[in-house]
Design a protein around this ligand. Structure first.
Ligand code: TRP
Length: 328
């Protein structure tokens, strides 16, 4: 009789222990995987990337029903990157940072939860990974590397008399600084005169872009989030100065830039979403090298070309997507 009681008590104790260990740390009402996305700021390209991410996740069967997709937008503010990053880190199984400042903010706050970089131009120069081909921390993802040389080729084709190029970008974006440096090296080696014009926030865009436009034949814009957020101001100034803007993304050609070789932003997002899904399915960050997009599609704004009196030859139009149709 005594022994039986002992057995039963021991059994019950074990059962209790096993039950307790199974339920530990698991929020009872929520077993869904949580995907935490931090978007640096809103502008048409990043918004498209965010849409692409949801599409890529859905392709891999992670949707709003079977998973929790938390998307927070820091609206370009450093303190929001901190607080929102913290919020996401507390809940997420995988994190995604859209644009360099967001990815850097997440990386500063966790070395454990996997981070997928969404559209980071220069992951190594931004201090996010040591070697893109061999991630050795909790960070991997997708890079959008503008085809700078091909962009310069297109600029030269459209403006054979081009000599002075002004670069407009922000002092606090590693992505843009690195791209500006790359363009400077390539263009100077080809004999162009290149000058940098730097803003520290959107507030500076009006004055600084005006100066840049007046001192150069054309303006070149790296993929810079600050400039992208105040892009209408640059367009208004360029119209007044009757000078072309050469952006790095197609959205900005549609909105009044002249032309570019641009990387498909939706595609960047889709690939980012897919990578996050692979991690949720158990893949290790170390087995996922950074995926680099560096192939641009030609896009030209016909209306802007006409306004500037720039002829579009058949050669230039070849394989180009034309926007801003001119009415005959
Ligand atoms: N590549 C940028 C970064 O590293 C983010 C970005 C993607 C972007 N597409 C853009 C910035 C278009 C400006 C315009 O932060």
């Amino acid at each position: 009789m005594r022994e039986k009681t002992l057995y039963v008590t021991t059994f019950l104790l074990f059962a209790l222990l096993i039950f307790a260990s199974l339920t530990e740390n698991k929020p009872t009402e929520n077993e869904k995987p949580v995907i935490g996305i931090l978007q640096y700021v809103s502008h048409p390209s990043l918004d498209e990337i965010a849409d692409g991410i949801k599409e890529g996740l859905a392709e891999s069967d992670y949707n709003e029903e079977n998973s929790e997709i938390l998307l927070l937008n820091a609206q370009g503010e450093q303190n929001k990157i901190q607080t929102m990053g913290q919020q996401l880190i507390q809940r997420s199984d995988v994190l995604i940072g859209i644009a360099t400042p967001a990815a850097q903010g997440l990386a500063n706050q966790t070395t454990k939860i996997p981070i997928v970089m969404g559209a980071i131009s220069y992951p190594e120069k931004a201090g996010l990974v040591k070697d893109e081909t061999q991630p050795d921390s909790n960070i991997t993802g997708v890079s959008d590397r503008s085809p700078v040389a091909a962009q310069l080729d297109l600029m030269t084709q459209l403006m054979p008399q081009l000599k002075k190029i002004g670069l407009l970008f922000s002092s606090n974006e590693d992505n843009a600084k690195a791209q500006a440096q790359e363009m400077t090296e390539i263009a100077e080696s080809r004999g162009f005169v290149v000058s940098s014009y730097v803003v520290s926030s959107t507030n500076d865009i009006k004055v600084v872009s005006q100066k840049a436009l007046s001192e150069n034949d054309a303006l070149y814009l790296p993929t810079d989030n600050t400039i992208a957020s105040g892009f209408e101001t640059v367009v208004a100034n360029a119209k007044q100065a009757q000078k072309p803007i050469f952006p790095s993304v197609s959205q900005q050609v549609t909105l009044g830039g002249l032309a570019t070789m641009g990387i498909n932003q939706k595609q960047l997002g889709i690939e980012t979403g897919r990578m996050a899904a692979e991690i949720l399915q158990g893949k290790k960050v170390a087995d996922l090298p950074v995926y680099v997009f560096d192939h641009g599609e030609k896009i030209i704004n016909e209306k802007v070309a006409a306004e500037l009196g720039i002829p579009l030859t058949a050669e230039i139009k070849k394989d180009a997507q034309l926007v801003g149709e001119v009415q005959p």
